[in-house]
Every structure is written in C-alpha cells, then in structure tokens.
Design a protein around this ligand. Structure first.
Ligand code: GLY
Length: 374
C-alpha cells in the first residue's frame, strides 16, 4: 500500500495531494483553495479527454458554474452543463435515463469526461452514469459539501435508489480524480456543514482517537470555518478512507468499518421517508445507538457513548432518537444490503479509535438498546 501526502505548488495554489493506490484504478485526491478555477489545468495534466460535461444542481451551478466553466474553456474542454433537480429523489433510474438521453443527444463518446459538481446525490448519480454509459466513461468528482468531500466522493461507490431501498442499484467505479476546493464550504448551509461533521466524527471513532480529541478541542474553530482546522479534518478523513478502500475496495469485509452507525441511521432515514433528517443527522443518532449496542454487548465501557454524545452535542447534531417502534427498526435493518443470510451485522466500538465487525448480534439485544434509549 502506498499512500503519501506532498505539498505541491501550482500557480499560487498550495494544496495537498493524497494518492489512493488501487493499481490501474489509482487516482489523486487534491485538497486546497481556489481549485475550481483550475479544474481544466488538473485534467490536462492527468487525463486524455476530448470534452467535458458538468452534472450539477441549478443552485450549485449558480454558485460555482462560472468559475469552473472558465477554467475548463481556457484549457480547451468546452464544457456543457446537465442540471438535475435537487434532492435524494434525483438518485433514480428515471433520472439516469434522462441524463443518458442528453449525453446521446450531445454525441458523447468514450473520451468524454463527466464532472460531478455538487454533493453526494450528484456524485453518486454521475458515477453510476459514468460506469454504465457506453460501458464506462471517465469521470471526476468535484465535491462541494463537507459530507461528499470526506466520504462519498472517495472510494468509488456509485448508486441510485430503488423504491425498495437506498443505493440498491449501483457499481463500484472509481473516479479519475477527486478535487476538493475548501472555498466551497463558505457558502454551505450550517445544517449541512454539521451533517458532514458527523462523518468526520465517525472517522475518529473507527480509526483515529487523535482526530476525535482534535474535534473535541476545536469545535468552535471548526464551526467558524477556521482554515487550518478544516484542512486537517478533511485531509485526515480522506486519508483514513483511502487506507480502508485500498485494503478492501469492494467491501468484502474491512471496508464495512466505514458503516459504523449506518445500520441504525439507514433505518431511521427509511422510516422517516428521507424527509426529516439529513444523512449526517441520522448518522449522529445511529452512532450513539451503535455505541450503546457496544456497551450492551460488553465490548466497551459506558464512557464511550457518553463521550460521543457530548461531542455530537457540541456540534449541535441531533442526539435524541425519533419515536419509532423497535420492531419496525429491526425489520427495516433486515432489508439493508449490509447484512447477509438474514443475520444483522454491526460495526461496534471497542474504544474511541477502534472498532470491530460483529456478524450476528441477537435481535433481542438490539431491541433492548432501542427500547432503553427512547
Ligand atoms: N460510505 C461508505 C463507503 O464508502 O464504504
């Protein structure tokens, strides 16, 4: 495994580069400021493509469209835009078909590059389209939310939803490049910033006690978008994710640790029809439940969930579970693709910074945790 960080100077931009080593599917993650205007430069340095198509939301185009377009035009990539409606409902096969139509109309071929400009919805949808259009065309990720910068843009999970479940139709398909421009966070709604921080806290719990300490000590600085703090938490999160994905790209086992709290949070999201919580907000509650399950199964001390709750509260993330029946939650958990052969699998905490995969937690234990903490 090779993973390295170097400082690189391109024009006036100082940035960090991480390389995710996946053999012929390896790629760079570049993290810095004023990256959007230089996307064309980065593409021409690394890729051989004829043209570019930016897939984004109307609101994101309003904020960043001109900046990214001018750099791409200057570098000779004549970008076109495809706008998709905001929200999780765009992650559908119907939306995929609409985008295929546009790509065919534009006569896009295998040398055309898709650019996902936006958050997780845009990234997951664009990645899936890139994986399937003409049996696969190149794409890059330009994530503009904290959540997509630290999680969904890295690692090659692409998907759309099926009426029966989230991310049920998809492919592992790696981007050619991930470009993280920290400047995009200045316009991000606070609620979304906090939701992204839930994923950063997750990395602390699963792999990095020092990151967790840092989050505890620098909460206010992070919430006020202190540059150094943001850079540190994004770089650290991407490094952890890259290491996990390098070890187990297709989630045969180790990658599952990235799902800490997610079995609970997906059920909360499903049972509240994806309308009450942002993913990171549901994850906040899900991580508390996973930590409490870890205590119930005698894997960790009760201080662990307490420390997690305190940190989530400091970031003003929800810590109170919604009023749902434990029977419904467990039933919904059984529909989750993270399980196998009808057994419920959980990622449990042994301590802050260390987790393990538990393959067969009894339903009675899960229900006990859910009922105790209503
Ligand atoms: N978001 C979890 C993963 O990429 O595996």
């Amino acid at each position: 495994m090779v993973l390295f960080i170097i400082l690189k100077k391109i024009g006036l931009v100082i940035m960090k580069r991480l390389n995710i080593d996946l053999g012929e599917r390896s790629y760079d993650i570049l993290i810095g400021r004023d990256i959007l205007s230089k996307v064309g430069e980065f593409i021409s340095n690394q890729l051989e493509v004829s043209r570019s198509i930016i897939i984004t939301h109307p609101s994101v185009r309003k904020l960043f469209g001109e900046k990214i377009e001018s750099g791409l035009t200057l570098a000779g990539y004549s970008p076109s835009f495809i706008e998709i409606p905001e929200g999780e409902t765009s992650k559908s096969l119907q939306q995929v078909e609409l985008v295929y139509d546009r790509l065919l109309e534009m006569k896009c071929d295998r040398k055309s590059l898709l650019i996902a400009l936006g958050g997780g919805v845009v990234g997951d949808l664009t990645g899936f389209i890139a994986a399937t259009y003409q049996r696969g065309i190149p794409f890059i990720q330009v994530p503009t939310t904290l959540l997509s910068q630290v999680d969904s843009s890295v690692g090659g999970k692409t998907a759309v939803n099926h009426p029966r479940g989230k991310n049920m139709i998809g492919a592992f398909y790696q981007p050619k490049l991930v470009l993280i421009d920290l400047d995009t966070l200045t316009t991000l709604p606070r609620k979304e910033l906090r939701a992204g921080l839930a994923e950063v806290i997750k990395y602390g719990i699963i792999a990095d006690a020092a990151l967790f300490d840092f989050l505890e000590k620098n909460t206010e600085k992070i919430l006020s978008l202190n540059s150094d703090c943001l850079e540190y938490i994004i770089e650290t999160s991407c490094t952890i994710k890259a290491q996990v994905v390098e070890k187990d790209e297709r989630e045969s086992r180790h990658r599952m640790i990235l799902n800490f709290g997610h079995t609970f949070s997906h059920s909360i999201e499903t049972l509240t029809n994806y309308t009450e919580y942002l993913h990171g907000e549901a994850l906040s509650i899900g991580m508390i439940q996973a930590a409490r399950l870890s205590v119930e199964t005698k894997l960790c001390h009760k201080d662990v969930p307490l420390r997690i709750i305190n940190l989530l509260k400091k970031f003003r993330l929800p810590v109170q579970a919604p009023d749902l029946k434990s029977k419904d939650i467990v039933e919904s958990m059984h529909n989750d693709k993270k399980n196998s052969h009808n057994k419920l699998r959980f990622i449990l905490a042994k301590a802050i910074g260390l987790v393990e995969i538990a393959d067969d937690v009894p339903e009675a234990t899960i229900k006990a945790v859910l009922n105790k903490n209503k």
